[in-house]
Each structure stands twice: as C-alpha cells, then as structure tokens.
Write a protein that binds this ligand. Structure first.
Ligand SMILES: NC(=O)C1=CN([C@@H]2O[C@H](COP(=O)(O)OP(=O)(O)OC[C@H]3O[C@@H](n4cnc5c(N)ncnc54)[C@H](OP(=O)(O)O)[C@@H]3O)[C@@H](O)[C@H]2O)C=CC1
Ligand SMILES: O=C(CO)COP(=O)(O)O
Length: 331
C-alpha cells in the first residue's frame, strides 16, 4: 500500500486552513508554507490563522511553519498545493529544489494563467513530475463548511488509484467522505468551468432572474461542461458525479461562493474592476473564463454560456444585452 510520507500544505488561505485541519487530525504533524512571516508569528501566538477561518483552532506544536518554500519542499514528501491559481507560479518562482520525486496534491480549482493548462498538466509539463505522482482534490467543498465539520464529500483524482486512496484515507473522517477517480484532468477542467458558470449564475441572480431560470441555466451549464470534457478529454466518466455536477451546483447556489458573489455584483451593474476591489478575494472564474475561451478557440465546442460570460467580462458588453441573447439559446 502507498505511503504519503510527511505531508506539507503550500498556501495560507481559507481552503489551505481547512485542509490543514483535516490532515492534522490524522497525522498530528504537518509542514506549512505561508508567504508571510508576520502571519506565521500571529498564527503561533493565537493558535489560529489570523486572517482566514479564525474559528479553526490548531495545536501549533503540531505545525512546522515556514515562509521558506525550499525548506518545506526539501523536508516533506507529499505537498498539498492550495494557493489561488493566479499566484501559483509566483510561489514556485522561488523554488530551486526539484519536485520530481515528490507527491503533488492540487487542491487548486483554477487554471494556470498564461500557460492555459490545469495544475496537474502544469506540474507535469513544467516541473517534470510524473502523472502518477500528481493528484487533485475535487468535489463540493466550501472551506467554511469543512471547517465547521459539516458533512462533505471529496473526490481524490490520480492516475495511480493506490496513491489516490492513500491520500483519501488521510483526509477521511466522520464528516469527510471520500472517493477516488482516475479522471484527474477531467475533474480539474470541470472545476475551472464550474467557476465560470457560477459567475453566470451570479450575473443572472444580480439581474433578478428567478430560480426557475437559474435552474435552466445550470442544467445547460452541466451539458456544456459535459460537451467540453467529452471533446477535450474523452474518458470513462460520469459527469453526474459529485466532483463535476456537485461542485457546479454548490458553486452556483451557495452564498459562500466567491465566483457567484463576483457575478452577482456584475449583474447588479458593478464594473469588473470595482467588483474585484470590493470583494477582496479572488474569483478564479474571472481568469478561467479567458483561458477557457482561448482553449475553446482551438476546440470549437458549442459553449454559449462561456461565450456570454467572456463577452461581459472581457468585451465590455452589457449583461442586459448578453443574457437575454443567451436565454434564447438555452433549452
Ligand atoms: N475557499 C474555498 O472554499 C475553496 C477554495 N478552493 C481553491 O483553493 C485555492 C485557494 O483558495 P482559497 O484558500 O479560498 O484562497 P483565499 O482567498 O482564502 O486566500 C488567498 C491566499 O492567497 C494569498 N495571496 C494573496 N495575494 C497574493 C499574491 N499577490 N501572491 C501570492 N499569494 C497571494 C493570500 O496570502 P496572504 O494572506 O498572505 O495575503 C492567501 O494565502 C483556490 O484555487 C480555490 O479555488 C477549493 C475548494 C474550496
Ligand atoms: O470550489 C468551491 C466550492 O467547492 C469554492 O468556490 P468559490 O471559489 O466560488 O468560492
């Protein structure tokens, strides 16, 4: 059976904090890279992350904190990356040590900007990590609910199912149920797309479209996601599974969703810039929309919802014009 070895978390935000909490229940020791020494000092003093999920308390004796990413990568075997996708390359810029022999787990739900590839492809192509050493965490999982120990279902994707199971065993508990899948790239692209569709749902919600319309929009989004995955990454998969549709639903409907919140602001008439400033958090679907539009420029899959969100966010087309046109395309 595969052994994950020593586990470290890379990133200091809310999902990183929730994952640290569920890993440490099992391992009683983690490494934790955070970029800021002042945050680490405050965390040690308070016993909780000073900026995110403050109700989640830690025994800081069990945490090996460092702002030196090279030291953490050198000292740990399994690295769980949980930075927002737009910042991933920034953190890795500082890395001088090899990742090739490490186990990489990506909890990032976003695409790597400029490269236009998902995180597993990025670690494989740019950092030379073999695919059987790369896993992802998918499924509907707002960090706030995981931190409150509300029952959640996570899917661990990895081409090596024994490795997926080994990590799943570490995070499983009475409030975290896990399953494994070999469709890592499908799960990652589904997560990128659900962010885009949650922005669409938010826009429509902000424009005061009702629940009936939203349900149709999301049903069409599920079909659009399925069409893209089938064309781009044909594989044995059931898009009805929680890692695909479940995550789409929670992100489109939950008030915790940053992507939906961002979309709602746009639907209410905020500009993209002012919505981003007001939110203070990253809605990764903003970046995902541009990347997916570029990727689909080659694929040419019929994706009217992606096209509509792109027009609103990047071509300055008014939602009041674009959404009624989209509505005519929905079934
Ligand atoms: N939040 C959630 O419920 C879930 C999130 N995810 C995914 O997890 C990933 C991480 O998101 P999440 O934990 O929510 O992020 P948060 O918004 O909670 O945290 C943002 C993090 O990014 C850091 N940061 C901010 N600005 C920069 C910068 N310029 N350069 C480098 N780092 C920066 C912050 O550091 P600092 O505090 O020092 O400013 C902080 O650690 C994302 O891909 C997200 O999609 C997946 C499932 C659930
Ligand atoms: O992926 C998530 C829940 O599963 C989080 O979505 P948001 O980034 O929109 O908050």
């Amino acid at each position: 059976m595969h052994n994950c070895g020593k586990i470290a978390i890379i990133g200091g935000g809310s999902w990183a904090t929730a994952i640290a909490k569920i890993v440490i229940r099992h391992t009683h020791h983690i490494g934790w890279y955070m970029r800021r020494d002042d945050r680490i000092a405050e965390f040690k003093r308070l016993g909780h992350n000073p900026a995110y999920l403050m109700a989640a308390h830690f025994n800081v004796e069990e945490v090996d904190f460092s702002s030196d990413i090279n030291r953490i990568v050198d000292d740990y075997d399994t690295l769980v990356f949980v930075t927002p996708s737009p910042y991933l390359k920034n953190h890795l810029k500082k890395l001088t040590t090899s990742l090739r022999d490490k186990n990489i787990v990506s909890a990032i739900k976003g695409i790597v900007p400029d490269e236009n590839i998902v995180v597993s492809e990025y670690f494989h192509q740019v950092w030379d990590v073999p695919y059987d050493r790369i896993a992802c965490i998918g499924g509907p999982s707002h960090s706030e609910e995981v931190a409150m120990e509300r029952l959640s279902y996570l899917t661990i994707g990895c081409s090596d199912i024994a490795k997926a199971q080994a990590f799943a065993d570490i995070i499983s508990s009475e409030f975290i149920k896990t399953k494994t899948s070999t469709d890592i790239i499908g799960i990652e692209y589904a997560a990128v797309l659900k962010n885009v569709y949650a922005i669409a749902a938010g826009i429509c919600h902000g424009m005061k479209y009702g629940d009936n319309f939203l349900a149709v929009l999301i049903a069409n989004a599920a079909q659009e996601m399925g069409r893209f995955l089938k064309a781009a990454y044909p594989a044995q998969r059931c898009v009805d599974d929680s890692a695909y549709i479940g995550d789409l639903l929670v992100t489109c409907y939950s008030n915790f969703s940053r992507n939906r919140t961002f979309g709602t602001m746009i639907g209410k008439g905020y500009s993209v810039k002012s919505a981003q400033i007001e939110m203070e958090m990253v809605a990764e679907g903003y970046y995902g929309t541009k990347c997916m539009k570029e990727i689909n420029g080659h694929m040419r899959v019929d994706m009217p919802i992606l096209d509509a969100v792109y027009s609103i966010l990047y071509e300055r087309q008014g939602a009041s014009l674009v959404i009624p046109q989209l509505a005519n395309r929905l079934q």
